[in-house]
Ligand binder design. Sequence first.
Ligand SMILES: Nc1ncnc2c1ncn2[C@@H]1O[C@H](COP(=O)(O)OP(=O)(O)OP(=O)(O)O)[C@@H](O)[C@H]1O
Ligand SMILES: [Mg+2]
Length: 292
Amino acid sequence: MTPNGSSFSRSVMPMNRDDSASHEASTASGEQTAPAAVSGPSVKIRARDINVFYGEKQALFDVAIDIPEKSVTSFIGPSGCGKSTFLRCMNRMNDTIPICRVTGAIEMDGEDVNDRSIDPVVLRARVGMVFQKPNPFPKSIYENVAYGPRIHGLATGKDELDAIVESSLRRAGLWDEVSDRLLQPGTGLSGGQQQRLVIARAIAVGPEVILMDEPCSALDPIATAKIEELIDELREQFCIVIVTHSMAQAARVSQRTAFFHMGRLVESGATDEIFTNPRDSRTQDYITGRFG
Ligand SMILES: Nc1ncnc2c1ncn2[C@@H]1O[C@H](COP(=O)(O)OP(=O)(O)OP(=O)(O)O)[C@@H](O)[C@H]1O
Ligand SMILES: [Mg+2]
């Protein structure tokens, strides 16, 4: 794993759409049809028959989706519909919730993430996560980024670690703002800078997938625009999944969108199509603001 590999070309919004992608919808009975294969970019994560229970209460029902490589997929839907729960299935964060039980299969590059041979700590480096509230460690800016590569043994010496820290901060669009104060606390940065620091921390361990759970909901419009621009750059290298309550944000940053409602994945497909030509009346009602 070399986290400081190729550089990114800067693309300009509005973002490109992946029009070749397929569109899947549930049937009238609410049963989800098997997702058609994603055409164009290859599938990074394939989920089938995902059911999640918190104790007796079922939070997700038979979720099946293909999430493409090098692309941004948005999860949208009303509060409590299971977006965060499904996100946590992908890096086994639900394992950390004692009452949570997950059934079904999630494959990353064809490999079952729930297989006993998979170390969840290594999986969570491969599938990084960014939360609603920026959560830098109570350490310096440098240490926030260096911590992961150090514990995963990704650098052989100080020079290499310095290089990983710099390249990760550059990729997160933060280097120019913090290069002269790397030893100051990460918690002293603005909210938007902290969120980019957390993204740099995720990038530093060479992830393949980055999950973002409402990453901009605590940010002002300028900081939000920076994160959105960053997401658009990062998709050239990573598979990104973003949960958002902002339809405008989903339309701006994602090539594919999945709509969840009451624990079910109602439909997923190319973002343009979901927003302009949804197949299910529940999706239509949600995107037109009739509920949620
Ligand atoms: N740790 C938990 N223990 C018990 N129930 C939970 C837990 N986490 C989530 N749930 C329940 O699972 C369901 C789905 O919750 P989840 O947080 O995944 O929804 P969400 O779509 O992310 O909502 P929001 O948009 O408000 O973040 C809800 O009914 C919620 O109350
Ligand atoms: Mg949530």
